[in-house]
Ligand binder design. Structure first.
Ligand SMILES: C[S@@+](CC[C@H](N)C(=O)[O-])C[C@H]1O[C@@H](n2cnc3c(N)ncnc32)[C@H](O)[C@@H]1O
Ligand SMILES: [Zn+2]
Length: 487
């Protein structure tokens, strides 16, 4: 489904409301860096670009949370058990936090494409509970990595090992975009493994045979060496990254040379075969042909932002651009849609812009929009933007987008009979039985908060309940009824 929000839109508002208005199956990559349940309130220092930014990171279980837990129990019973268990193990604050996160992750699951990927940035307070929630929402088959990002080097802490990392939960599937990332090999690794060198530079030697006997050419002698005599056969690379490097740099057409002996001839002619003193041929693997070290789930080469960093804007919890670039490069193609529902000072959005991806950001704080603009201006000045240094138009919205993927729905009132049957004639608020004419159709999630005219989002209420509910959503309404002892 096409996204119903233009590229480079930044929303100020609660991401739950905004996401409800986004089409299903329309986003390629989500990076979510929510508040952590770390029991502190964040505020940016006065005088910094982000001054005035503050967000709550303490959680108490409100009536609305309790109502949400009820609604989740109805639709996602396993998830409700997880949230409840975390409440028992850790406390009510965690239960409230996970409830807040669960309703948003369920919405993210709906708007993420079937081939999408999601990274949830957590810290150790809640990461293990969030992993259960993620397994439940996206399915355990989607789990790819628990990434440890070493964000600081020293951090003394009383009576325990120094806590220095954040955890990022990465969920995707076999259809998701995956572009492996590489880093240059470390100096000590190069010194230890690439011990030889010639005019082409450093190299290491590698086997040209594989274990097991083979009939035909790949078992026959070449260059005076018979692989069969030691129970082996020729294993001369014809595909893979190194074969490609050979083809691109040393032997044009190398990969299409048909037989093992012919490939050995070509390698030998190009000086790629190294002979051991006892007449055993080996392949020279040059450092120049190495892709480097595949980036792992332990990230220690990206420093956190501090007040001496060039990119520092003073926003509490600002993440480094390099971390976001790595994620975006690995899990999306140019032109793909990146969504950051807790975008803060817009690190993910700036990274997406410089990598030529489409993006949408949401944050409660009104400061985010100013920071996005000033950071993009800076990036444009530094020539980091692909549009020739021109600052792109950013749209700022405070309304809820209107979904365009629900098709032409019949007028919602036509569902009255179906709903009356489904509810067995009882009001969805007070639960009292009413005659058909006394019940009216209500939107569970109001249209002003992203709700649709879909049957799934409709219910019947009596007139008293309807006027009491007004424009709040069902979870808040249930909480209100409870407060008044009506439920
Ligand atoms: C940990 S910070 C994100 C930092 C961001 N990754 C960066 O590099 O700047 C979390 C952000 O979530 C925002 N936030 C919290 N609850 C929200 C909600 N319900 N909807 C939208 N934004 C929310 C806060 O205002 C805060 O900016
Ligand atoms: Zn009622």
């Amino acid at each position: 489904m096409a996204l119903n929000v233009s590229n480079r839109t930044l929303f100020t508002g609660d991401n739950l409301d905004v996401m409800r208005g986004i089409n299903s199956d329309s986003v390629d990559l989500v990076y979510a860096d929510p508040p952590f349940n770390s029991n502190r309130d964040y505020a940016a220092p006065i005088g910094s670009a982000a001054a005035g930014a503050a967000f709550k990171d303490t959680w108490t279980l409100s009536d609305v949370d309790i109502a949400w837990i009820g609604l989740i129990a109805d639709r996602e019973p396993a998830l409700a058990s997880i949230i409840e268990s975390a409440g028992l193990a850790h406390g009510k604050g965690m239960q409230a936090y996970l409830t807040m996160m669960s309703v948003r992750l369920l919405e993210l699951r709906r708007i993420l494409k079937a081939s999408g990927s999601i990274y949830l940035h957590c810290d150790p307070t809640a990461s293990h509970y969030l992993k259960l929630v993620m397994d439940c929402v996206f399915g355990r088959d989607w789990f790819r990595n628990e990434i440890a990002w070493k964000r600081t080097s020293a951090h003394s802490s009383a009576k325990r090992f120094a806590p220095v990392h954040d955890t990022l939960l990465f969920y995707a599937n076999d259809q998701s975009t995956w572009l492996p990332q590489y880093l240059p090999l470390g100096e000590s690794y190069v010194a230890r493994d690439y011990r030889h060198s010639d005019e082409r530079g450093r190299y290491r030697v590698d086997n040209l045979t594989g274990s097991g006997l083979r009939d035909g050419k790949s078992g026959e002698p070449w260059g005076g060496f018979d692989p069969s005599s030691s129970g082996r056969h020729w294993g001369v690379p014809s595909s893979g990254a190194y074969a490609q490097w050979i083809e691109d740099n040393l032997i044009p057409g190398y990969k299409s040379i048909p037989g093992a002996h012919e490939r050995l001839d070509a390698l030998s002619d190009a000086g790629l075969v190294d002979w051991t003193p006892n007449g055993y041929p080996r392949l020279k693997r040059y450092l120049a042909g190495s892709r480097g070290e595949a980036v792992s789930d332990f990230i220690s080469d990206i420093q956190n932002v501090n007040n001496r960093s060039k990119e520092h804007v003073g926003y509490p919890t600002q993440k480094p651009i390099a971390l976001l670039e790595r994620i975006i490069k690995a899990s999306s193609n140019e032109g793909d849609v990146v969504l950051d529902p807790f975008c803060g000072c817009a690190t993910a959005l700036v990274a997406a812009e410089t990598l030529n991806r489409q993006w949408t950001g949401i944050d409660l704080s009104t400061l985010a929009v100013k920071l996005v603009l000033s950071r993009l201006e800076k990036a444009a000045d530094a020539g980091a933007l692909l549009q020739g240094g021109k600052l792109p138009d950013v749209r700022h919205r405070t309304d809820i987008p209107k979904r365009t993927d629900v098709g032409e729905l019949p007028p919602y009132k036509t569902h009255r009979h179906t709903l009356y049957g489904k509810q067995e004639g009882n009001c969805a608020g007070c639960r009292i039985h009413f005659p058909f004419r006394n019940l009216t159709v209500d939107h569970i999630i109001p249209k002003s908060r992203g709700g649709t005219d879909h049957l799934d989002n409709l219910q019947l209420l009596c007139n008293a309940c309807n006027s009491m509910k007004g424009t709040i959503d069902q979870a808040a309404f249930v909480a209100k009824l409870k407060q008044q002892g009506m439920k």
